[in-house]
Design a protein around this ligand. Sequence first.
Ligand SMILES: C[S@@+](CC[C@H](N)C(=O)[O-])C[C@H]1O[C@@H](n2cnc3c(N)ncnc32)[C@H](O)[C@@H]1O
Length: 297
Amino acid sequence: MTSRLWREVRSAGIGRLRAAAEVDDPEQELRWIIEQVGGHSGAEQAAALDDVATEREWGHVEEMVGRRAAGEPLQYVLGRWGFRTLDLLVDRRVLIPRPETEVVAGLAIDALAALGRPGIAVDLGTGSGAIALSLAAERWPDVEVWATDESADALSVARANLAGLGRRAAVVRVVEGDWFGALPSELRGRIDVIVSNPPYVAEGEPLPDGVAEWEPRAALVPGPSGLEAIEHIVAEAPGWLTGSGTLVVEIGATQTVATGGMARAAGFHPVTIHQDLAGHDRVLVARAAAGGRAGHR
Ligand SMILES: C[S@@+](CC[C@H](N)C(=O)[O-])C[C@H]1O[C@@H](n2cnc3c(N)ncnc32)[C@H](O)[C@@H]1O
């Protein structure tokens, strides 16, 4: 390989990304790719355009640009993505954490803060650990967090992210299993907040470009109706929550009536729906009503 200036590496990369249909902002994406390769911020990159890129740096940028131009999501190409206060490792073993899920985590954090005492929280279907680790990072040391998933692959990613939490990691337990089946029975009736972003896309429902092809199907589609996982979680949650515990579940924008009905039928009161940043109905928040079915053990 001959040497190349960063200016040349940059224009070649932008040219390839521009030709790829999925890439809306080639300049910005290339900035992120170069930042990942060399650790240089946008301003540093602008100041270094006439510096020579090493062969390793140039080759690495080309490899990442090639993957992105082939349609792989930017987050997997970079191998990391921001979620609330965290910089998470992500790859094809886990769903890419979404901005709407930051709202879900925020509502769970609010419910923990409202306790006015240390609390126990469970994140069902933790994937990369986005929600569970946000609870630990933002409520430490006043929280004990259980992060579950049925996917051993996903939990490997969650554990790698947990290692990045430093001493706050001590409040998190990572456990494998099918929804509540992952939890020790001693937690029954003792959990203050159950939070989940379960799969909620119906079989056959169209998914945005790239999602079906690259992201794990088990993280997206629970069954024919799309409601199967939420129904299971809502029905089982009362047996695990304290008498005044809170269930926080991400839902599809068209699932408000169905999921609200499930929560009321399980004895939760009140049941409220919150919107995501785009204004779509996105989060079910349901309070265990002590004395109602949800308060009985
Ligand atoms: C929509 S993803 C959410 C991942 C992560 N919590 C987030 O918000 O980015 C759903 C997660 O639920 C997990 N999952 C699917 N079925 C499950 C089951 N039966 N028991 C436990 N976890 C399950 C998937 O492996 C996936 O990690």
